[in-house]
Design a binder for this molecule. Sequence first.
Ligand code: NAD
Length: 330
Amino acid sequence: MKQYPHQVVITDCDHGSVEEEKEEFARLGAELVLAQVRGEEELIRACKDADGLLNQYALLTRRVLENLPKCKVVARYGVGVDSIDLKAATDLGIIVANVPDYCIEEVASHAVALILTLVRKTAFFDRKVKSNQWDFRQGIPIGRVRGKTLGLVGSGKIGLEVAKMISPFGVKVIAYDPYLKEAPEGIKLKDFDTVLRESDILSIHCPLNDSTRHLIGEKEFKKMEKKPLLINTSRGPIIDEKALIQALKEGLITGAGLDVLEKEPPDSVNPMLAMENVILSPHVGFYSEESISELKRRTAQNVSDVLTGRWPGSVVNQGVKGKTRAPLSG
Ligand code: NAD
């Protein structure tokens, strides 16, 4: 039987092929095993000889990690690492790595697509024309893109990319982001109420956490003086959906473009499903053939970096420094 210097196990993944991973580990001369397991016992059995893991949803609990004596690195496909017990990994000297920026371009262009679709009413007209109604007047009023003010709630990687993409359309960009000390180029930082008040289009790009859950609710809708279009490509629960539906019914906002909802998929009775001025997509912002290929390649790269003595691009458990199982330079 062939002897490999390293064994790498993919605990589980739901993407169709693992060609990028195969290529990466063939280059390294490592054995790659696609386990597709989820339960604790199965994980321990499948990964007990692994030097590194690639992980998507399978829960890597303390018990699992404690039973993987050779494991030096766990690389998560994507941004979130809630599937991995970070404290246990750190205690055991296992590096946890992620890929925080593989789909910035995709989410940003999705947000811009939602904005343009709503302003130019292209989805609305598509439905009309296909049901034999050829009449542009049905969509009136239709505004001009140039001259609008876009307000970002959160101006990190994706928010900033949205600003860059939309600025050439002649859109002015303002943002509320309490953690930024300096305004990024081309963006004016304002307080939350000013952004709510001045925006013609409001686009959500902050993370979901205890302080942003229902950040946009009844009180905030009442402060939106320009009856904006509301775009959400971040996380559904940042907007109080009951209040959003009410705001749409009362005309406090002009429309909404949502890639994410409080409940995904929505109930069939969700009133937004029947609203002409609401466009929805099924949490697809992250996806393109290119972004998924990049995600697979960079997740595999994170593992091979550690197995060849280097720090991976993005280490989640910084506390592991100084006690890694893998002998690393730097
Ligand atoms: P990021 O960390 O680069 O930026 C987030 C920004 O939000 C930061 O600048 C931060 O200071 C700011 N922020 C934090 N709390 C805030 C608050 N209370 N109010 C206003 N701003 C606040 O993250 P990113 O890469 O730009 O991603 C943003 C979000 O996009 C992610 O958290 C994720 O939920 C979402 N996302 C969605 C998809 C999708 O498929 N639709 C894919 C990837 C990411």
